[in-house]
Design a protein around this ligand. Structure first.
Ligand SMILES: C=C1C[C@]23C[C@@]1(O)CC[C@H]2[C@]1(C)CCC[C@@](C)(C(=O)O)[C@H]1[C@@H]3C(=O)O
Ligand SMILES: O=C(O)CCC(=O)C(=O)O
Ligand SMILES: [Fe+2]
Length: 379
């Protein structure tokens, strides 16, 4: 099987730099440099072009649905279904999330990312783990590095885990970050609630019981990620986040007013214009599997610019780690035979962290990997 994973110490990779000084992504310095390290330069066919046309993406008003109006719920689910059959991206407004909370979540990103590098490194993400601070992925990949810093942490909707985010910040960065932890704890709870609502709409749109997917994700073990994209003096040679489909189930993204998110539809890159009142929602590979391939995850990326830092908040809804991901029987028939094997999120997460860099083929490669592993382990 072709594994696209690019581990920095792999001999085939141009990481002779590993023997020299390790590459350090210090945004404070790098954002002013006109010569950028070659590891950040993407191949010509993946380099971004200036200002692609905007994607026609529905703006779905959730007010009526959230207040319990059945006709409004039907209208919203029709729009969700239409978007998912085209590309899997849609915007939601009147989503019930407090705008002051969203603003605070953006402000708090500055509190973390504007610190000196050694202070951020206190939360450094360890190799093979999915949580913590990553300044680019200099130790993880050896080429096509993303021009970004990220801080990722786990959220859990399971009972007894109501302080997991807050505790992560206090335990990793100390008491000074307790308030910041509380903001992200509340933000994640709001995202979890909103995702469960969207799961109802997805269930309706696929013609399964309205509560089917909502119940599936009630005990979600999700990932929250803060993306900080510093300016880059070579914005057309690099990417903030490379082309990929989210391996997770549903992504709820809030981008600031700078812009940079692009989606690949009908062979063309298209941008999603910023709208601070809206969340950008997209389905990921795990939901594609739950829908038995009726809805497909869609390739997207983020570009950077030479003048302004850009921030985005991404909530990645994930199932309970050990719950079996299997489509409901109503979605499996002669026209749609099983598209992917049963799996659990813990395995797909391991695959994307240790064996494979998420791209548009993650699920195909993962299916081969999991089937091979089952044969080897006789399970
Ligand atoms: C499970 C995950 C892997 C990535 C983060 C995420 O939580 C969901 C999306 C994945 C990612 C963003 C897809 C593009 C490549 C990646 C390496 C990145 O640029 O950040 C991916 C994340 C990862 O850390 O593997
Ligand atoms: O920052 C963005 O606009 C997109 C980021 C993204 O796609 C991701 O983190 O998975
Ligand atoms: Fe993404």
């Amino acid at each position: 099987m072709t594994i696209n994973c690019m581990i920095a110490s792999e001999p085939s990779m141009p990481q002779s730099a590993a023997k020299k000084a390790p590459l350090i992504f210090d945004a404070k310095q790098l954002q002013h440099q006109t010569a950028i390290p070659p590891q950040f330069i993407w191949p010509d066919d993946e380099k971004p072009s200036a200002d692609p046309p905007e994607l026609d993406v529905p703006l779905i008003d959730l007010r009526g649905f959230l207040s319990g109006d059945p006709a409004a719920a039907r209208r919203a689910s029709d729009l969700v279904g239409e978007a998912c059959r085209k590309h899997g991206f849609f915007l939601v407004v009147n989503h019930g999330v407090d705008e002051a909370l969203v603003a605070a979540a953006h402000r708090k990103m500055d509190d973390f990312f504007l610190q000196p590098l050694p202070d951020k490194q206190r939360a450094a993400r360890k190799l093979g783990e999915h949580c913590g601070y990553a300044s680019s992925f200099t130790g993880r990949f050896s080429a096509k590095l993303p021009w970004k810093e990220t801080l990722s942490f786990e959220y859990s909707a399971k009972s007894g885990e109501h302080h997991i985010v807050e505790d992560y910040f206090t335990n990793t960065l100390g008491q000074d970050f307790t308030h910041l932890g509380k903001v992200y704890q509340e933000y994640c709870s709001s995202m979890s609630r909103l995702s469960l609502g969207i799961m109802e709409l997805l269930g309706m749109s696929l013609g399964v019981e309205r509560c089917h997917f909502k119940e599936f994700f009630e005990a979600n073990e999700s990932i929250m990620r803060l993306n900080y994209y510093p300016p880059c003096q070579r914005p057309y040679e690099t990417l903030g986040t490379g082309p990929h489909c989210d391996p997770t189930s549903l992504t709820i993204l809030h981008q600031d007013s700078v812009g940079g998110l692009q989606v690949h539809v009908d062979g063309q890159w298209r941008s999603i214009a910023p709208n601070v009142d809206a969340f950008v929602v997209n389905i990921g590979d795990t939901f594609m599997a739950l829908s038995n391939g009726r809805y497909n995850s869609c390739l997207h990326r983020a570009v950077v610019n030479s003048t302004t830092s850009r921030k985005s908040l991404a909530f990645f809804l994930c199932p309970d780690k050990n719950r079996v991901v299997r489509p409901p029987p109503q979605l499996v028939d002669a026209a749609f035979p099983r598209a992917y094997p049963d799996f659990d999120w813990a395995d797909l997460l391991e695959f994307t962290q240790k064996h494979y860099r998420a791209d548009m083929n993650t699920m195909t490669s993962f299916s081969t990997w999991i089937n091979d592993r089952r044969v080897t382990h006789h399970v």
